[in-house]
Ligand binder design. Structure first.
Ligand code: GAR
Length: 297
């Protein structure tokens, strides 16, 4: 049973213990406070007492869960958990697989491909956490140790670890990714060139971010700090970011946005990397949102 819960909630043993402890403490706190309130109300008729008690407990419990989760650092988990219960109870938010009357699915599902530290993936996930109709539905990585994997686990986002041999063979992972109903693919620090099968399956629906002003300083081997070192060594006066649609050529495809930073005399690859990263975090989620909104029209 515990193994199933760990899998369902995507937590390790320690995480599960904290979650169960939060439930237990919140439950006890709810019972205790509920009793105090009922004593204060002094209701004598049994059925009225039961009715009011049920209402009090129902409203008190989520409140206690959130307070307790704040103490244990599990706020995001419980906020999402309560949100899902609320949606199930009210039926207000349609599930992503539901169709509107025109037959279109009413949400836009994103997959993030990330293999690095995952700072961009983190920003994107945070940006869309409570979005009305855009949802991060999958995190794809070729590295089990990628930072984005643990971020996705915390946020209950399914992950898919891919293997090179299968990725580049035949249809690769197209069917698996389709299985998640993905509308738009975001490359946030994913360094493999995409196979033709994937590019044609999501034609004009794959976006990449590159830490330089393409077409300069792009292509194989030019990623992360290699880019900034090349830019500094070439004594460029400016660098920046390029967000672009992906085609079959590495770091190529129609640009969506370029933003620049000035390179000062004393800038190093490290200081430039920081400036560029700040631009990435600022612009990438917003650009993704704009593109995703157009897909919904
Ligand atoms: C980002 O700077 C992104 O622009 C770059 O990888 C980094 C990932 O950082 N992508 C490329 O170089 C693609 N050619 P992150 O893991 O901290 O988001």
């Amino acid at each position: 049973m515990f193994e199933r819960l760990k899998e369902k909630w995507k937590v390790n043993g320690w995480g599960l213990l904290i979650i169960l402890l939060t439930f237990a403490l919140a439950g006890t706190g709810t019972g205790y406070l509920g009793k105090l309130l009922m004593n204060a109300l002094k209701v004598r008729i049994v059925w009225v007492y039961i009715l009011i008690y049920v209402v009090v407990i129902t409203f008190l419990w989520p409140f206690m869960v959130i307070i307790t989760s704040l103490l244990f650092g599990q706020f995001h988990f419980f906020r999402n958990y309560l949100w899902r219960i609320w949606n199930m109870m009210t039926g207000l938010k349609k599930t992503d697989s539901q169709l509107d009357t025109s037959g279109k699915r009413d949400g836009v599902r994103l997959a993030i491909f990330a293999s690095g530290t995952g700072t961009n993936a983190k920003r994107i996930i945070e940006h869309f956490r409570d979005h009305r109709f855009i949802k991060i539905s999958l995190l794809v990585s070729n590295k089990q140790t990628a930072g984005a994997i643990s971020i996705a686990a915390q946020e209950n986002i399914p992950t898919l670890i891919i293997e090179k041999e299968k990725f580049f063979r035949g249809n690769g992972y197209v069917e698996e990714i389709r299985g998640f109903g993905i509308d738009l693919i975001i490359l946030a620090g994913f360094l493999w060139k995409l196979p033709a099968s994937l590019v044609s399956a999501w034609n004009h629906r794959i976006i990449n971010i590159h830490p330089a002003l393409l077409p300069k300083y792009g292509g194989k081997g030019l990623y992360g700090h290699h880019v900034h070192e090349a830019v500094i060594n070439a004594k460029e006066k400016e660098s920046g970011i390029t967000i672009h649609y992906v085609d079959e050529i590495y770091d190529h495809g129609q640009p969506i946005l370029q933003e620049k930073v000035v390179i000062e005399e004393n800038d190093t690859a490290e200081t430039l990397a920081k400036k560029v990263q700040a631009l990435e975090h600022l612009h990438f989620p917003k650009v993704i949102e704009e593109v995703a909104k157009k897909l919904r029209l």
